[in-house]
Design a protein around this ligand. Structure first.
Ligand code: FES
Length: 402
């Protein structure tokens, strides 16, 4: 049988140590082919190879299947005919990040709860799916940090240059593969102790007191991937912060945010501020920015993110602050498309806060140039020409706008 492995290309390796430090590697000696190190390497020094391996027998829900020796449990499930999906509720296994950060793909392997995307299977192993609620949701998150300006979903009038306005944590794991990921050391983190939603909510609440702020945020990575964890996290956060001043802020790529998910976040979890990122309005641009190569998946992600913005404004405009983020770099998106984005956003609500972000050369795209101050002024003007009243531009000299 054939399966994938990752191979290190010594000449390209910059010895940055990122793969050892953050990548969840089940077996550094015998690669399981999770390919998390391929996704995470900023220098493209890991390549994918196909190798011939012996077949082994595994038992999935008690039934015997033949799969490739040493593969990940996720790949073994796929080889056995169990569908794996990047979207929730669409397959036997939901594995949106595939790098061990989001903990959405938990299964039981020989009675131990593991992440299917990074756990390795051997001959005779037993795989079982978890029943709903069988284990408490977990997620790898960073320690909280205080912020002067917050994220895209932070209202412009609270941003400051002299005092903290928000505390935030970042959740590991993302369903996108942006080659210029601005937070890649968090996005691809699969190592470290995962936290329960209560532990994370307590940690953020303590940080709120320490920094003397009212705003508490989660960003990523992509926080929405593990829905059970995120919704519980916000519920705990709300319970621990019952005062009216407390603001619960979610920054998200909005690619899996359905109406019903938004309803739960707002009505049951008390989310007060949302910062969705819109990575283009044409699917080709979205694919270029996000690294998603499956066109139909890209179309669904893009459509979901726009629908989420519209739904948030139409249904929760009076209840939830929505600040949209739009990435900009002339190498990734044209000014024409920016104008199209502006038109679409203005048709939803011209008063909506829009923050155009200057995408820096980073991660796998160190070849692009950071947009100049003038580039960002032009990008801001392009959006304003559509009738948007509140456009902030992130520039090399700081934010400009209201
Ligand atoms: S899909 Fe396995 S941890 Fe995210």
């Amino acid at each position: 049988m054939r399966r994938h492995v990752a191979k290190k290309v010594e000449e390209l390796c910059a010895k940055c140590g990122l793969c050892e430090e953050i990548v969840a590697c089940a077996n550094p000696v015998s690669c399981a082919g999770c390919l998390a190190c391929v996704a995470a390497c900023p220098y493209n020094a890991r390549l994918v190879e196909e190798v011939e391996v012996s077949p082994i027998k595994v038992f999935i829900e008690g039934v015997e299947y033949e799969v490739a020796d040493g593969a990940t449990a996720k790949d073994a499930l796929e080889q056995a005919g169990f569908s794996v999906s990047k979207l929730p509720n669409e397959g036997w296994l939901y594995a949106p990040c595939e790098t061990g950060g989001c903990f959405s793909c938990l299964i039981k392997l020989n009675d131990e709860v593991v992440r299917a995307c990074v756990a390795q299977v051997r001959d005779g192993d037993r795989i079982e799916f978890l029943r709903e609620g069988e284990v408490a949701p977990l997620r790898i998150v960073t320690r909280p940090q205080g912020h002067f300006v917050g994220g895209v979903g932070t209202p412009w009038w609270v941003k400051s240059t002299t005092r903290y306005v928000e505390v935030a944590i970042w959740a590991a794991g993302c369903n996108l593969r942006c080659p210029q990921c601005q937070n890649y050391d968090i996005t691809y983190r699969g190592k470290g102790k995962p936290l329960s939603s209560l532990e994370a909510a307590r940690m953020l609440t303590a940080a709120r007191r320490r920094y003397g702020v009212d705003r508490m945020a989660i960003s990523g990575g992509e926080p929405t991937l593990n829905r059970a964890w995120l919704t519980q996290f916000f519920k705990h956060l709300k319970r621990l912060n019952p005062d009216e001043r407390a603001r619960l802020h979610l920054d998200t790529n909005a690619t899996i945010l359905t109406k019903e998910y938004i309803d739960e976040l707002v009505q049951e979890c008390g989310v007060t501020d949302v910062g969705p990122d819109l990575k283009g309005c044409r699917v080709e641009t979205f694919m270029k920015i996000t690294g998603i190569t499956d066109r139909s998946l890209a179309e669904r992600y893009l459509s979901n993110s726009w629908s989420a913005v519209k739904y948030l404004r139409d249904c929760y405009g009076d209840k939830v602050f929505v600040g949209v983020g739009v990435p900009y770099n002339p190498d990734l998106i044209t000014l024409d498309e920016l104008a199209e984005i502006g038109d679409r956003l203005a048709s939803i609500d011209p008063e909506m806060q829009v923050c155009v972000l200057d995408y820096r050369p980073i991660f796998k795209r160190r070849d692009i140039k950071r947009p100049s101050f003038e580039d960002m002024v032009l990008a801001k003007q392009m959006l304003e020409r559509s009738g948007l009243k509140t456009v902030i531009a992130q520039t090399v000299y700081g934010h400009i706008g209201p």
